[in-house]
Design a protein around this ligand. Structure first.
Ligand code: ZN
Length: 298
């Protein structure tokens, strides 16, 4: 059986087909425009003469992930124009007539890294993406973490020293939350240029690593993950993760009595990039579909 997966991002949708073993048989990427147009392009890709066992969607959020909820499948309070209250599950189900599974893009990526990537054999870990926005998903005791809604790691509050960084923050809801201070969009607004054009500006990455390390420290304090995987476009700046690890060790201050955090060099294996790279999201979405189909079978 083959399955479809969509990494539904705010700027692009990556659609792929796979057999659920961590390989992409085919994939295509569409820009995220209006819901109608984007969903229609995805449906056309999947409809192309194949029998799918289901489609999984790893979506930008916030989304309603609770199957019992009347609004299950909706992208809820997103500030992205035109997308608030779009029900991606209902739209895809009616276009394709197959079961549709849904989770956050970061939970889908976490699932893929658990199966085939940097988190194989771990029970509790986080997947954080630092791109246009910041999102975080988590597996806790072997289960994808939901709850009241789903984790919103990007919107945690962190200390913001206005004297060092007078930028008010880019989050339309909270201003200077973690995403507001450290997302790719925050970098672009603060420095007037996107991160890719600021590679040689040491102060940019020093500040960025300060905010990300503060965010990771909060995650370590609350979820006690066995590893933290950091994906997305911003960490492709090669100086960033080493700075984050260094600052994180300083902030942890020797309090956390775990070899992964204390031994020299061990933190390099604790804060890591995704093994699956940019394919984690779409592979995870395919895995959402496969695992939902498996649970339906008697
Ligand atoms: Zn926010």
């Amino acid at each position: 059986m083959i399955y479809g997966g969509i990494e539904a991002g705010g700027t692009k949708w990556v659609c792929g087909i796979g057999d659920g073993h961590g390989e992409l048989l085919e994939s295509e990427t569409f820009p995220t425009t209006t819901p109608e147009e984007t969903i229609a392009l995805a449906a056309q890709f999947f409809r192309n003469g194949r029998a799918l066992g289901g489609v999984g969607v790893g979506s930008f959020g916030p989304i309603d992930v609770h199957r019992a909820s009347p609004t299950w499948g909706q992208i809820t309070t997103t500030p992205k124009p035109g997308w608030a209250r779009t029900n991606v599950v209902a739209a895809l189900r009616s276009a394709l007539d197959v079961p549709v599974a849904l989770d956050t893009d970061v939970n889908a990526s976490a699932l893929a890294e658990l199966r085939w990537g940097a988190a194989v054999a771990l029970k509790t870990f986080c997947y954080i993406t630092v791109g246009t926005g910041i999102g975080g998903g988590a597996m806790v005791n072997g289960e994808v973490l939901h709850g009241l809604l789903h984790p919103e790691i990007g919107h945690m509050r962190i200390p913001h020293d206005q004297a060092r960084d007078p930028f008010d923050g880019a989050c339309p809801y909270h201003g200077d939350c973690l995403e507001g201070l450290a997302s790719g969009e925050a970098i672009r607004q603060r420095w007037g240029r996107p991160g890719q054009e600021l590679a040689d500006k040491a102060e940019v990455w020093k500040l960025e690593s300060e905010y990300l390390a503060l965010g990771l420290m909060n995650v370590i304090c609350t979820l006690s993950p066995q590893r933290i995987i950091i994906g997305g476009g911003v960490p492709k700046q090669s100086s960033l993760l080493p700075l984050v690890r260094h600052r994180l060790r300083e902030l942890l201050a020797g309090y956390f009595d775990a070899p992964d955090l204390k031994q020299a060099g061990a933190i390099d294996r604790y804060v890591v990039p995704p093994t699956l790279g940019d394919r984690a999201g779409v592979l995870g979405a395919i895995e959402l579909a496969r695992s939902a189909a498996q649970h339906r079978e008697p």
